[in-house]
Design a protein around this ligand. Structure first.
Ligand code: ATP
Ligand code: SKM
Ligand code: MG
Length: 197
């Protein structure tokens, strides 16, 4: 399920934003901005934006909380791995993943072999400010969601740190500011050609 139109992709190219030579995969915690920044990046690069959460929702015709409630997290994780493997087969695109996708060793191996993987790292307070008002994240439906987020971040940060590329997101940055930093990293890593900072 792409989120850009051919026309908007063409505009991205005309802006001379650089050419994506490898799929870029955004990983990180819930609320880090993988979907929002991924959408902006795809627009700039003139490529498709794919989002593993959105693909799962579209194919199941259920929301993520509904999938977790009816079928459980292991079912969701199976679908997530299958969607990611399928999306990596296509032309270079921006792929935003769900917050837990990188926790699977099999996913990590596949993603690292086939794509430029970038961790959008954000501090707890920023993450909490972005997720606290939403009830779309089943893992945070606990008695103390902030404590749950804190624990998840502590468990996951060392695993996210295995990603080859990273941008530490600052609270004052807009989505486009973050996009600038991500583009610079991708250019340094050779995943984007012809990008002038
Ligand atoms: N740099 C930013 N500046 C301002 N708002 C942002 C920024 N990045 C993300 N947001 C907002 O924060 C919220 C969470 O972002 P987003 O949905 O992109 O996170 P995510 O990493 O995709 O989370 P999940 O793992 O749950 O899918 C959204 O409402 C988004 O618009
Ligand atoms: O961090 C996680 O494990 C999740 C994040 C979301 O993107 C969704 O994939 C789902 O809510 C699980
Ligand atoms: Mg997302």
């Amino acid at each position: 399920m792409g989120e850009t139109t051919p026309q908007s992709r063409e505009e991205g190219r005309r802006e001379g934003a650089g050419r994506l030579v490898r799929t870029v995969v955004l990983i990180g915690m819930m609320g880090a901005g993988k979907t929002a920044v991924g959408r902006a990046l795809a627009q700039r690069l003139g490529v498709e934006m794919r989002d593993s959460d959105a693909e799962i929702v579209a194919s199941a015709q259920l929301s993520i909380p509904e999938i977790f409630e009816r079928y459980g997290e292991p079912f969701f994780r199976e679908k997530e791995s299958a969607v990611i493997a399928r999306l990596l087969e296509g032309p270079p695109c921006v792929l935003s993943t769900g917050g837990g996708a990188w926790m699977s060793e099999a996913n990590r191996r596949l993603l690292t072999a086939r794509a430029a993987v970038l961790w959008l790292e954000a501090d707890l307070d920023l993450l909490w400010s972005r997720v606290r008002h939403k009830n779309t994240r089943p893992l945070l439906k606990t008695a103390n969601p902030k404590a749950t987020l804190t624990e998840l971040l502590a468990q996951r940060a060392p695993v996210y740190a295995l990603a080859p590329l990273k941008v530490h997101v600052e609270p004052g940055w807009s989505i486009d500011d973050t996009g600038d930093r991500v583009m610079a990293e991708l250019a340094r890593a050779g995943a984007v050609e012809g990008y002038a900072e």
